[in-house]
Design a protein. Structure first.
Length: 399
């Protein structure tokens, strides 16, 4: 299969004009192939007799695949050998198609697997060692667009094309397997979460973490009514820390650093089939008591799936209390339009050295993480911000 265009990785056989035993001339069109752009002809490299046709109609093959063999004179075979691409250092020697016949004296080294699946050296300009659904032809991408599939949906497919490209046959086999499995339509909220996470993952994200002593916060909580949850303490601490260093939540858009005029912080609320992140406006100016009342209202709306898009837009950061599920550590992903996400793990009793008593004493400790867009903030800035959040959580009277 020749390279039929710069972006063409594969083609489908639509017509085979010869059969074994037919005499052919030099540069005679013997096979027609169809790409996503046009129907083109594949011609013979030299005159001779068709020895074998290795492909089938309506099947798709990658660039470099063996389509068939031509019996030729020794002189023509030698001439064609001179035109062949230089041998690769890492490929196996080809086994002759018919051992009982004369072949060119100079054997060519080429990539070869089974008939129809080999890829010639120097054929397709893609890495030979590529794994998974990394390289896809325009035809495959068109089919994906038709089915509303993304590259992530095909990440588990090992391509059989040249350079491990995913071919249209690979895609259709994958879709056929899905049809035999139990499936249902994703809800709007699940599809929305998936889309947001895909867009978020296009950025260089990083996560740092430390531990925080929860005992002061738990003691402070006992004196309050209504009682704020640990996530609200974390939200309030993050809002105050950002008010002190607002540049930490700035967004990098192009070559501009965009600074928010308000410390609006979201808090993750579990809905029926996903997560909703309502935003609390001016969280640095909202007391813990008001945060508690507002959060209860948002949880009720979330369970009814009545949190509107406007209520989820415009935040600079989000807090996720994954400790609610008993998790001690996590690396949550910030939303696409946000720079930061603070995560709080479950508290547990641990031994802590008391310098005054010269002994270990029990304390309630939790792991706290900060995931961030590394384009907008560096590790040092993120570390200082997280340290300040911890200081505020361990001195809850400042909240």
């Amino acid at each position: 299969m020749p390279q039929l265009g710069e972006s063409i990785a594969e083609a489908t056989i639509v017509d085979i004009k010869v059969k074994p035993g037919d005499e052919v001339a030099d540069d005679q069109e013997i096979i027609e192939v169809e790409t996503n752009k046009a129907v083109m002809g594949v011609t013979t490299p030299c005159k001779g007799k068709i020895a074998k046709v290795s492909v089938q109609l309506k099947e798709t093959y990658p660039v470099g695949a063996v389509l068939g063999y031509v019996e030729a004179s020794e002189a023509d075979a030698a001439r064609f050998a001179k035109q062949a691409p230089p041998p690769s250092l890492d490929v196996a020697e080809e086994i002759p198609a018919r051992a009982d016949e004369e072949v060119a004296p100079a054997r060519q080294k080429k990539i070869s697997t089974r008939d129809g699946d080999g890829a010639r050296a120097g054929g397709l300009p893609v890495p030979v060692a590529a794994k998974g659904a990394t390289f896809m032809s325009p035809r495959v991408r068109a089919r994906m667009a038709e089915l509303q599939l993304t590259t992530a949906d095909l990440a588990g497919i090992m391509g059989t094309g040249a350079g491990n490209r995913v071919t249209i046959k690979d895609l259709e086999n994958f879709l056929q397997k899905i049809e035999n499995q139990t499936a249902h339509e994703a809800s709007a909220i699940r599809a929305g979460v998936a889309d947001a996470m895909r867009r978020s993952w296009t950025r260089p994200l990083s996560t740092i973490g430390s531990s925080v002593n929860l005992d002061p916060m738990l003691q402070n909580r006992r004196s309050r009514e209504p009682k704020p949850g640990p996530g609200l303490y974390a939200l309030r601490a993050l809002a105050l820390a950002l008010a002190e260093t607002p540049g930490a939540a700035a967004k990098l858009i192009g070559n501009r650093v965009v600074q928010s005029n308000s410390i609006d912080v979201g808090i993750a609320v579990e809905a029926e089939d996903g997560i909703m992140v309502p935003v609390i406006r001016a969280a640095d100016k909202t007391s813990l008591a008001d945060l508690t009342a507002k959060y209860k209202e948002l949880v009720d709306l979330g369970r009814q799936r009545r949190i509107s898009p406007d209520m989820q837009a415009g935040g600079v950061a989000t807090v996720s209390n994954f400790g609610t599920f008993g998790m001690e550590w996590g690396t949550p992903i910030p939303l696409p339009d946000q720079t930061l996400l603070l995560g709080l793990g479950a508290g547990k009793k641990v031994p802590s050295w008391d310098e005054e008593k010269k002994e270990f004493v029990p304390r309630t400790e939790a792991q706290i993480t900060l995931s961030f867009d590394h384009r907008s903030i560096d590790g040092g800035g993120a570390g200082r911000l997280l340290k300040r959040v911890i200081e505020l959580l361990e001195a809850p009277e400042q909240l």
